[in-house]
Design a protein around this ligand. Structure first.
Ligand SMILES: CC(=O)N[C@H]1[C@@H](OP(=O)(O)OP(=O)(O)OC[C@H]2O[C@@H](n3ccc(=O)[nH]c3=O)[C@H](O)[C@@H]2O)O[C@H](CO)[C@@H](O)[C@@H]1O[C@H](C)C(=O)N[C@@H](C)C(=O)N[C@H](CCC(=O)O)C(=O)O
Ligand SMILES: Nc1ncnc2c1ncn2[C@@H]1O[C@H](COP(=O)(O)OP(=O)(O)OP(=O)(O)O)[C@@H](O)[C@H]1O
Ligand SMILES: N[C@H](CCC[C@H](N)C(=O)O)C(=O)O
Ligand SMILES: [Mg+2]
Length: 485
C-alpha cells in the first residue's frame, strides 16, 4: 500500500507529502522496524515511543505517525492521539478484517476466559473454523500462540485478525478487557455479538471507581453500531450493571439469568461434586443439561455461552451436546487428582467475587475441612487484598496466605495489606507458595478440600519483575506424591 493511501483514514490531518513511498508494514515498536515500515509513536506508561524516532529512521522507516514534531528527515504525520490513529490505520492497512468474520466479544470481571472457551467449543461443534483471543493465548483452530495481554493493542490485534482470515477462520471469540476498552485497543473492531458476564470489584488501581470501571465495560456495548443492524448485546439479567449497559447500546438485547426474567434461563439447578444439572429454557424451548462444570457461576457461564451461540444461529441441540461434552477450562476449578483421598482444586480466582464463588461452591459439598491457599498480585488493585483475605477466612476452615506474583512489591507488605481485613488467629502465613502448597497437602486429611486460588493456568511466579517457572498443578501433584503415597 502507498503511504498516501494508508493515510486516508486520517482525513482531518492535512499532510503534504513530497514522496509517496510503498508501505510494507506498520510498527508500534522501533525494535521491529525494517525497510518500508511506518512507525507509530506511542507515549507509553514506561517509555515514550517518540524517543525512538531517530532509531526508526535509521532502521528504514519511511514515515512516522507522532503527536509532536520530530527531528527526522522522513515525513512525520502529526496526530492528536496516536493510539486512536493507530487503530484506524491498522484497520485500513489490514483491510478491516473483522468486517469479514463473525466476532463475539466477551467482557465482565469474571468468566471471560471460561465463556470464550465454551463458545469456542460450541462453534467448533457447529463446524465453524474458530479463532480465540484471550488471557491464556490466542488460538487459530487448535494452534496456540503466546500473548502478553488478554486483549492485544489495536495494531497487533488487527494483524492477528488478518492472519485468522488468511487461515479461513470465520468465527472469533475474544475476551475484551476493561483496560483494552479504555485504552482504545478494540477501536475499529466490528463486533457482531457483545457478551457481558458480571461486574464486581477489580482493577480499581487503574479505573479508580466502580463507575469508571463500568463505563469502560460499557464502551463495548456502545460500539455495537446502529439500532437496525443485526448485532446483539447479550446481558446478564441478574447483574444490576446490565441496566446501564442496555442503555448504552441501541441494538437488540438478549438476556440470560437465573433469578430475574430473562430470554435464556436456568431452572431446577442441582450441583454435585461430579457436575451440574439444570433445565435450560431458551426462548421458550426447554432442554435438560448435565455438564461437568461445577457451581452456580458455571451455570451463568453456560447461559452466557448459550445466548451468544443462539444469537449466532447455532441450534439448541448442538449447544446442549457441546455443554455436556466440555471437560473444563485449564486452571478453572481444575482438579489435581493423583488418587489421593482428599480433593485439590486449582482455580484462577483472583478477585473477591470469584474467590467467594469458588469457596461457596466447595462449601456446598464439603464433607470435612476446606483449606484455602490465597495470595494477591503485586502492582494490582490493593483494595481487593483485605476483601479476598476476609472471604478466605469466612469460607475456609483454614486459610493460608501466600505469594501470588508479587511483581515489584514486597511480598510481606502484600500479605500485611491482606490481613488488614481479618483477625489474628484466623489464618496462617507461608510466604513461599511452594511451601504453602506442600504444607496444606502434608496436613490434609481424608475428604478435605484444598483450594489453591489465584494462578490457575499460570506457569510462573513473577518476583521483582522476573518470571520463575511455577505451576500450582505441578507443585500440588509433586506434593501429593511426596507426602501421600
Ligand atoms: C499499563 C498497560 O496496559 N501497559 C501496556 C502498554 O505498555 P507500556 O505503556 O508500558 O508500553 P511502553 O513500554 O511504555 O512502550 C511505549 C511504546 O514504545 C514502544 N517502544 C518501546 C521500547 C523500545 O525500545 N522501542 C519502542 O518503540 C512500545 O512498543 C510502545 O509502543 O502497552 C503494551 C503493548 O501494548 C502492553 O503490553 C502493556 O500491557 C501491560 C503488560 C499490562 O500489564 N497491562 C495490563 C494492565 C492490562 O492491560 N491488562 C488487561 C487484562 C486485565 C484483566 O485481567 O481483565 C489486558 O487486556 O491484558
Ligand atoms: N461467571 C462467573 N462469576 C463469578 N466468578 C467466576 C465466573 N466464572 C468464573 N469465575 C471465577 O473467576 C475465575 C476466573 O475466571 P475466568 O478466567 O474465566 O475469568 P476472566 O474474566 O477471564 O478473568 P481475567 O480478567 O483474569 O482474564 C475462575 O477461576 C473462577 O474462580
Ligand atoms: N489478569 C489479571 C490476572 C491476575 C492473576 C493473579 N495471579 C495476579 O497475578 O494477580 C491481572 O493481571 O490482574
Ligand atoms: Mg481472562
Amino acid at each position: 500500500m502507498k503511504l498516501q493511501e494508508l493515510l486516508e483514514p486520517l482525513r482531518f490531518q492535512k499532510t503534504q507529502l513530497k514522496e509517496n513511498p510503498e508501505v510494507y508494514s506498520l510498527e508500534m515498536d522501533s525494535r521491529n522496524i525494517t525497510n518500508g515500515t511506518v512507525f507509530i509513536c506511542i507515549k507509553g506508561y514506561t517509555v515514550d515511543g517518540h524517543d525512538f524516532a531517530i532509531q526508526a529512521e535509521k532502521q528504514g522507516a519511511v514515515a512516522i505517525i507522532a503527536e509532536r514534531p520530530l527531528s527526522v528527515s522522513i515525513p512525520v504525520i502529526i496526530v492528536k492521539d496516536s493510539k486512536r490513529a493507530m487503530a484506524r490505520l491498522a484497520c485500513h492497512f489490514y483491510g478491516n478484517p473483522t468486517e469479514k468474520m463473525h466476532l463475539i466479544g466477551v467482557t465482565g470481571t469474571n468468566g471471560k476466559t471460561t465463556v470464550t472457551h465454551l463458545i469456542e467449543r460450541i462453534m467448533q461443534d457447529a463446524s465453524k473454523k474458530t479463532g480465540l483471543i484471550g488471557t491464556m493465548y490466542t488460538k487459530i483452530g487448535d494452534i496456540e500462540q503466546e500473548t502478553r495481554n488478554t486483549t492485544p493493542e489495536s495494531l497487533p490485534l488487527q494483524g492477528l485478525f488478518k492472519q485468522m482470515l488468511e487461515e479461513q477462520v470465520d468465527t472469533v471469540m475474544m475476551e475484551v478487557s476493561s483496560h483494552a476498552l479504555h485504552m482504545g485497543r478494540v477501536r475499529g473492531c466490528d463486533f457482531d455479538v457483545a457478551v457481558f458476564t458480571n461486574l464486581t470489584q477489580d482493577h480499581l488501581d487503574y479505573h479508580q471507581s466502580m463507575e469508571a470501571y463500568l463505563y469502560a465495560k460499557g464502551l463495548l456495548f456502545a460500539q455495537l453500531g446502529n439500532t437496525f443492524s443485526d448485532k446483539v448485546a447479550v446481558l446478564n439479567a441478574d447483574d444490576p450493571a446490565s441496566l446501564e449497559l442496555a442503555r448504552l447500546t441501541t441494538v437488540d438485547v438478549v438476556t440470560y439469568g437465573i433469578n430475574e426474567q430473562a430470554d435464556i434461563k436456568a431452572e431446577n439447578i442441582s450441583i454435585t461434586p461430579a457436575g451440574t444439572k439444570f433445565d435450560l429454557i431458551a426462548f421458550g424451548n426447554r432442554e435438560t443439561i448435565s455438564m461437568k462444570l461445577i457451581g452456580m457461576f458455571s451455570v451463568y457461564n453456560a447461559l452466557a455461552a448459550t445466548a451468544a451461540a443462539l444469537v449466532s444461529n447455532v441450534s439448541l441441540p448442538v449447544i446442549k451436546e457441546s455443554l455436556q461434552q466440555i471437560q473444563g477450562v485449564a486452571g478453572r476449578f481444575e482438579p489435581v487428582d493423583e488418587g489421593q483421598d482428599f480433593t485439590v482444586i486449582v482455580d484462577y480466582a483472583h478477585t473477591g467475587d470469584s474467590l467467594e464463588n469458588v469457596l461457596r461452591t466447595v462449601k456446598e459439598f464439603a464433607k470435612k475441612q476446606i483449606i484455602a491457599i490465597v495470595g494477591c498480585g503485586g502492582d494490582r488493585d490493593k483494595t481487593k487484598r483485605p476483601i479476598m483475605a476476609k472471604i478466605a477466612v469466612n469460607y475456609a476452615d483454614r486459610a493460608i496466605f501466600t505469594s501470588d506474583n508479587p511483581r515489584s512489591e514486597d511480598p510481606e507488605q502484600i500479605i500485611k495489606d491482606m490481613i488488614a481485613g481479618v483477625n489474628k488467629g484466623e489464618y496462617i502465613t507461608i510466604l513461599d507458595r511452594e511451601q504453602a502448597i506442600n504444607q496444606a497437602i502434608k496436613e490434609a486429611n481424608q475428604n478435605d478440600i484444598i483450594v489453591i486460588a489465584g494462578k490457575g493456568h499460570e506457569t510462573y511466579q513473577d518476583i521483582g519483575g522476573k518470571k520463575h517457572h511455577f505451576d500450582d498443578r505441578e507443585v500440588a501433584r509433586m506434593a501429593i506424591k511426596k507426602y501421600k503415597s
